[in-house]
Design a binder for this molecule. Structure first.
Ligand SMILES: *Cc1c(COP(=O)(O)O)cnc(C)c1O
Length: 229
């Protein structure tokens, strides 16, 4: 059920936090090292503000236009000003939206090409990015291949305004989250090989396994907001 009442969202956020803490415990990690991003795509400003009141500070949006329209509405509802929501772009970024995105989000999770990096560098904004990696090589998914990463990182290093902070992946759909553990592990090894510290991986179906494998950012939608409209 999609319950957008404050109490429904608050209870679900509490449950997700407990599950994060338990996964950290199993992995011998400090929960402070895991940022919970509420994936708020398709959610109206009221639901997002309810998540804010439940203590969520990081929000993930997939579409630049949808996010730009929502941001001022949510910020008005939370009344938090500059200490307000931190907006992450978690979806794939199209080049024609890159300039608008560069100034509006704290970090862009879905960057996967050198041309996109060029466009971001031309935006005039200091931009923090994660490279999206299609670890499992799924034809239907965005993301660079693991083999392309070296060249992408070298390309981005030319630009002082572009800061590559880590890697992001969307794991294949699986009925058993254990099945995608190797995907998360592979992303962690890739990040380690490139000295990158941020690992954005894990969603409603698989965030605990992702945390056990080293996720620093999990992107959770349905477990917080209920089923999407
Ligand atoms: C929608 C989405 C999520 C959250 O998915 P849930 O299954 O609702 O937790 C995370 N990451 C990306 C890139 C998404 O598009």
């Amino acid at each position: 059920m999609s319950g957008h009442s404050d109490s429904g969202i608050k209870a679900r956020v509490r449950t997700v936090r407990e599950r994060i803490a338990a996964a950290c415990e199993r992995a011998g990690r400090d929960p402070a090292g895991v940022t919970l991003i509420a994936a708020s795509k398709t959610q109206g400003p009221g639901a997002v503000a309810a998540a804010w009141r439940a203590g969520i500070r990081d929000f993930g949006e997939n579409r630049v236009q949808e996010a730009l329209a929502k941001m001022p509405l949510v910020e008005a509802l939370t009344g938090a000003g500059l200490d307000g929501p931190r907006w992450h772009l978690i979806g794939h970024l199209q080049r024609n939206k890159a300039k608008a995105a560069a100034g509006a989000f704290v970090i862009l999770h879905g960057v996967d090409s050198a041309r996109l990096v060029d466009t971001l560098a031309g935006s005039g904004h200091a931009t923090r990015i994660l490279f999206e990696v299609n670890v499992a090589g799924e034809a239907t998914k965005h993301g660079a291949s693991p083999e392309e990463l070296d060249a992408l990182i070298a390309h981005a290093a030319r630009y002082p305004t572009i800061s590559v902070e880590g890697l992001m992946t969307v794991a294949p759909l699986a009925t058993d989250p254990e099945d995608v553990r190797p995907v998360f592990r592979a992303l962690r090894l890739l990040a380690e090989a490139h000295n990158l510290s941020t690992l954005s991986m894990g969603m409603t179906n698989d965030f605990e396994v992702a945390i056990e494998e080293g996720a620093t950012h999990v992107r959770v939608g349905r477990a917080i907001f209920g089923v999407r409209a």
